[in-house]
Design a protein around this ligand. Structure first.
Ligand SMILES: Cc1cc2nc3c(=O)[nH]c(=O)nc-3n(C[C@H](O)[C@H](O)[C@H](O)COP(=O)(O)OP(=O)(O)OC[C@H]3O[C@@H](n4cnc5c(N)ncnc54)[C@H](O)[C@@H]3O)c2cc1C
Length: 462
């Protein structure tokens, strides 16, 4: 058995683990990363990057269909599913090679195998070719991420019943797709496959899809999906299913029957926290198996940190990366914490969504005296130029002080625009600071200024 001694061993090479390792190495630590699959984790290989590559293809399809409006005559676009999937793989491969290069450049040992903590400061790495290894590490960061949760009556090992990994390796476009769960992952796949030409149905157990978002935002996406031809059954679940003539026949609550060639299960995530030696090391988990951490990302055992999806909380790639940097900083003697109140997120539907902080409902639930500004894209010049006027922006503020509590955008450029509010929140600026900043014309970003102005009833174009 080979042996390596390091200052820091990171288990898991996803956006949490690989970013933590680079930061720690740049701060002078000797670092090893243990990864049982591919560098980049779920985000690069089976999540953010492949879905957004397919989303881009889907958007282009929709844009080309509208080309005539812009004075361009083209024939009806036809999808080459295999080419779109191959392009997605190419993008993943380039970025995966990039991570490997960063590992080399920063003298980080990349160790392929399954890591298990034997005791505080000691990790066993089991490798499929029998080259087991022991690592002695002054500090450990657990960044093992999460996997797709399953739901009855389905069995993910059955052919045709897919999680996010399976659907991203399809070879043919399914004619029909039933999506169980209309959260972020389910809605993003619904949007992509509907644009590609599959008949998509969503079954959601809650009263609305994207139910954690602002109500007006989820309603707008619900209507946009219906317009695209996506069938949505809310307050519903699949009671029973059978296979018939190559298709699944599903009976949902209320007795409706849905027929689909493939089924995607997108009902949430579960932590990858078993079999990694937490019990041996004494690391505490909560009742759902997520590792308990404090704001410094320390677990219940000194010298063992945990970051990213395996800790629950906001399961986003950029949160995992930020937590990785903070854990690496704390190990190197630089004290830091993450401001979860100012974390933005994006949902890549058509139109897309950008959010940060509290929405109006959440702020009111906290008995805050809320004041909101709302501005539609249909009053924004650039949105007209781009031919995308559906949607709006909302800023939620504290009525007496103008403190920005959150913001939601649904419409063109939402995933980028939201960052202006995130910077403002992270820097503790007030809504008047957004309103008084001159925004160039004609840009989508003018919507931020006008929404901020609307908080005082002063928006020019409303
Ligand atoms: C379909 C989909 C789309 C998404 N899109 C977005 C998006 O657009 N934006 C966004 O911010 N987030 C998105 N996410 C969420 C994002 O992918 C996760 O939040 C992020 O990957 C979490 O990073 P992580 O480093 O904590 O874990 P992961 O990315 O899950 O990485 C954990 C790594 O640890 C490895 N591992 C596990 N156990 C062991 C072990 N014992 N030994 C060695 N290695 C081990 C795994 O193989 C994996 O590579 C998406 C998720 C899905 C499923």
């Amino acid at each position: 058995m080979s042996y390596e001694k390091v200052d820091l061993a990171v288990i898991g090479g996803g956006p949490g683990g690989y970013v933590a390792s680079i930061r720690a190495s740049k701060m002078g630590l000797k670092v090893a990363v243990v990864e049982k699959d591919k560098p980049g984790g779920v985000c690069l290989n089976y999540g953010c990057v492949p879905t957004k590559s397919l989303y881009h293809t889907a958007r282009l399809m929709e844009e080309i269909k509208k080309a005539e409006t812009f004075g361009i005559n083209v024939s009806v676009p036809e999808l080459d599913f295999k080419k779109a999937m191959a392009r997605k793989e190419q993008i993943i491969n380039i970025q995966r090679k990039g991570i490997e290069t960063y590992f080399k450049k920063n003298n980080i040992s990349f160790i392929k195998g399954e890591g298990e903590i034997l005791e505080k400061g000691k990790i066993l790495v089991k490798n499929s070719n029998g080259n087991d290894m022991e690592i002695e590490a002054k500090n450990i960061i657990i960044a093992t991420g999460s996997s797709a949760a399953d739901v009855e009556p389905f069995d993910l090992s059955e052919d045709g019943i897919m999680d996010n990994t399976d659907i991203l390796s399809l070879e043919e476009l399914p004619q029909s797709l039933l999506i169980i769960g209309g959260g972020v992952v389910g809605s993003e796949f619904a949007n992509i496959f509907s644009s590609f030409g599959s008949k998509v149905t969503i079954v959601e157990i809650l009263p609305e899809i994207l139910s954690t978002e602002d109500e007006e935002v989820s309603k707008l996406i619900h209507n946009a999906f219906k317009k695209k031809g996506i069938d949505i059954f809310t307050d519903s679940k699949v009671e029973d299913f059978k296979r018939s003539a190559g298709n699944f026949k599903c009976t949902i609550s209320g007795g409706n029957e849905i027929s689909a060639e493939k089924i995607l299960i997108s009902v949430g995530r579960k932590p990858n926290s078993s079999g990694i030696g937490l019990e041996k090391a004494g690391v505490e988990v909560d009742e759902r198996g997520y590792i308990k951490v404090n704001l410094k990302l320390e677990t219940s055992v000194k010298g063992i940190y945990a970051i990213g999806d395996v800790t629950g909380g906001l399961q986003l790639a950029h949160v995992a990366s930020k937590e990785g940097k903070i854990a690496a900083g704390n190990i190197s003697g630089e004290v830091g914490e993450i401001n979860y109140d100012a974390v933005p997120w994006a949902i890549f539907t058509s139109p897309e969504i950008g959010s940060v902080g509290l929405n109006e409902r959440q702020a009111k639930e906290r008995n805050i005296d809320v004041c909101t500004g709302v501005f539609p894209f249909s009053h924004n010049s650039k949105a007209y130029i781009e031919g995308e006027t559906e949607g709006f922006m909302k800023i939620v503020t504290r009525g007496d002080t103008g403190e920005i509590l959150g913001s939601q955008i649904v419409g063109p450029g939402a995933s980028d625009l939201i960052h202006e509010v995130a910077v403002a929140m992270n820097s503790e600026l007030l809504v008047d600071d957004l309103a008084s900043t001159v925004h160039s014309h004609p840009t989508l970003s003018e919507i931020v200024m006008e929404t901020a102005e609307d908080c005082s009833g002063l928006a020019t174009h409303k």
